[in-house]
Every structure is written in C-alpha cells, then in structure tokens.
Write a protein that binds this ligand. Structure first.
Ligand code: ATP
Ligand code: LTN
Length: 332
C-alpha cells in the first residue's frame, strides 16, 4: 500500500443526535475540504457517546443516520478512511493505557466535563471524566499531524498534546504531537435562541438548533425566529451576540466578508437579514439532504463502507498500539 507523504488528519464526531449546522460548519465542511489535500482518517466516536446515557434503539439509528449524513456531506470513502470507532478495538485499548498517563488534576480542569456534569448531574460516570484520554487515543493511534475541530475541543486537544509529549519524554519518540486546526468562519456557531451558548445537538429548545436534515421551510422559520437585539443595524459589535452569530453563519455559507454583509444590508431591517441567512443556509444544505435521502435507503452500501473502513483503520493503527504496549513493558 502506498504510504503517502501527505500530512495525516484525524477527526471524529459523536453520533449523539442529528447533526447540526454547528457540526457541519465547525467540523464536517472542513473534513471535506481537507480530504482533497491530506491523508484523512475520520471516525464516528460512538464509544464517547455512551458517556451520556443512550436508548439502545435510538443510538443504533443515530449512528447509521450520522454515517449516512457525513457521507452525504461529501466525505468520500475512496479518499478518506471514515469508520465507526467501536469497530476498531485499538481505540479502547490505547485509551486505557493513556488514562494511566493522564492526571486527575488535568481531567478535573476540562470545561466540557464540568458542563456535562451539571447537565447530567444524575450520571457523572468515570467515562465522562476520562473522555479526553479516549480522544487522545483516537488521535495518537493514527500519528495525526492535524486535527480539525471546533474551538470547544481546543482544551481536549491541548491535553492530547500534553499526553503525547509526556509519553514521548518517558519512552522516546512514539507519537506525533498533533496540531489543532480551527476553521475561521463557523468555528463557533451559537444557538439561534441563546446566542451566548453554542449550537448543540442536545439543545432542548428546538428553535435554537438547525439540523442538517431540516427542510427548507423549517430552516427559514428557525432563522426568522432567531434572537437579535433592538438596534436594528446589521453590523458586528460587542453585545450583539445574535447578529454576530448570524453574520458568522452567513459568512460561512456565502464566503462574504463582514464588510460585504454590512453593505448588503445597510438600511434594511433584521427581517430581511434573517430571511437571507435562512435562505442561504437552506440552499447550502439542500443537496446534502437529497444525497442523504438516497444513501439512507441503501443499507447494504452503508454497511459495506463502514466495514471496509474498519479494516483499513485497524490496519493503520496496529503498529502504533504494538509500539506503545512494548515500550510500556507488556510481554509479547
Ligand atoms: P453534544 O450536544 O452531544 O455535546 P455537539 O453538537 O456539541 O454534541 P460534538 O459531537 O461534540 O457536537 O462535536 C462534533 C464536532 O462539531 C466537533 O469538532 C465540534 O467542535 C464541532 N461543533 C460542535 N458544535 C459546534 C458549534 N456550535 N459550532 C462549531 N463547531 C461545533
Ligand atoms: N470529543 C469530540 C469528538 C471526538 C474527537 C476525537 C474530535 C472524539 N474523538 C478525536 C477530534 C479528534 C467532540 O465531542 N466534539
């Protein structure tokens, strides 16, 4: 097999619900661009998903839906390896080892852990706490150079870099220390209803979150209801969280700069702007939705794709896992 000189990219997304506009603009859109230039490995992080209690039948549906949605976004199995994390046991194996090289204090500082502990106070399980060690294993298994993620994952990525550096220091060079890769526009898409919070799959206010598979009508309605402010001038400024968010989204889907957007809507009200953003987003997502509708009917193709990808991913990470086990002192 040709082992290319291209940089290795790794990223993953949890199949914890239907994919959102935030996931698309903050992550998947970049995945698609990067596969043209880099050696890309992408995963559905289903092991991470059970850190929050899931209903089994719904979880199975979410995994297949997310797999088909991401293919529909243009992730091409001929260009990238796109697999399901639980199909490659090396992830759980390396995660255990790395959890012994991750400090309690480091994990305690993770804001995602703190946030999710508040949100799921009835189930603050050990997996939720050691989540970043599994994420580090995902990335380090493939010797990734670049990890495209939204800004909310920056802290986990820094921890991954610390774990890799620590391990390399103890046992000589073993892991590539990865760099985060953050998209400019769309890095942090906020809720349309509470623009100080990020748009999230698990948002309880359905109007706050645009899903990848929402119909054109639903998308436009959600944007029409987006929370703004009382100034009625389309411009980026501190304290205008709602408008800033809409400008980010509009810029991410149209490629326009802030200045161009401000000029386009000079003298117009928020109603016009919200409609324009809704229409632009709906138009952007329409081909994805159409492709998804076709893919989700073809279960045989989906199964064939994720099975082949699991074999490819397993082969790629075998050497790194072996190297780690040997260095630590396990007997072969
Ligand atoms: P959950 O609600 O279950 O926490 P989520 O919607 O926050 O899920 P993740 O699966 O945690 O999504 O994230 C997948 C990818 O999408 C990550 O790279 C993350 O940084 C990115 N992402 C998630 N939400 C946003 C957002 N609002 N804006 C930009 N990027 C995002
Ligand atoms: N924790 C990430 C999903 C994720 C990931 C990864 C991202 C799991 N493993 C490895 C990048 C690299 C999230 O919740 N967004």
């Amino acid at each position: 097999m040709e082992q290319s000189q291209k940089k290795v990219v790794f990223s993953a997304i949890q199949p914890s619900g239907t994919i959102t506009l935030g996931n698309y603009l903050g992550a998947i859109k970049n995945w698609q661009v990067m596969q043209e230039e880099f050696d890309c490995v992408y995963a559905l992080a289903d092991l991470h998903t059970i850190t929050v209690r899931q209903e089994p039948a719904q979880m199975r549906k979410n995994i297949i839906d997310a797999y088909a949605s991401i293919l529909a976004c243009g992730i091409d199995p001929e260009k990238s390896v796109f697999f399901i994390q639980s199909h490659v046991p090396a992830h759980a194996q390396l995660a255990w080892v790395l959890s012994c090289y991750t400090q309690f204090g480091e994990l305690s500082r993770m804001t995602q852990f703190k946030d999710k502990s508040v949100k799921h106070a009835e189930n603050i399980n050990a997996g939720l706490f050691t989540y970043p060690s599994l994420m580090a294993a995902d990335i380090l298994l493939y010797q990734a150079d670049l990890v495209p993620v939204g800004q909310d994952q920056q802290q986990h990525l820094e921890l991954t870099r610390n774990i890799a550096t620590r391990f390399n220091g103890l046992y000589s060079d073993t892991f590539t220390v990865p760099e985060g890769y953050y998209p400019k526009a769309g890095a942090r898409v906020m809720s349309l209803q509470n623009p100080e919070n990020k748009m999230s799959k698990s948002d309880t206010n359905i109007n706050g979150c645009v899903h990848l598979l929402d119909s054109t009508d639903v998308i436009i309605k959600k944007f029409k209801r987006a929370v703004t402010d009382s100034e009625a001038i389309v411009r980026r400024a501190e304290g205008k969280d709602g408008i800033n968010n809409l400008m980010n989204i509009y810029s991410a889907v149209t490629g326009l700069s802030d200045e161009q957007i401000e000029n386009e809507f000079a003298g117009k009200g928020y109603g016009d702007f919200k409609l324009a953003v809704g229409e632009a987003v709906a138009e952007n997502l329409r081909p994805i939705r159409e492709k998804y509708e076709a893919l989700i009917k073809d279960k045989a193709y989906l199964e064939e794709s994720y099975k082949a990808a699991a074999v490819a991913a397993s082969l790629r990470c075998r050497k790194t896992l072996q190297k780690v086990m040997k260095k630590v002192g396990f007997v072969f």
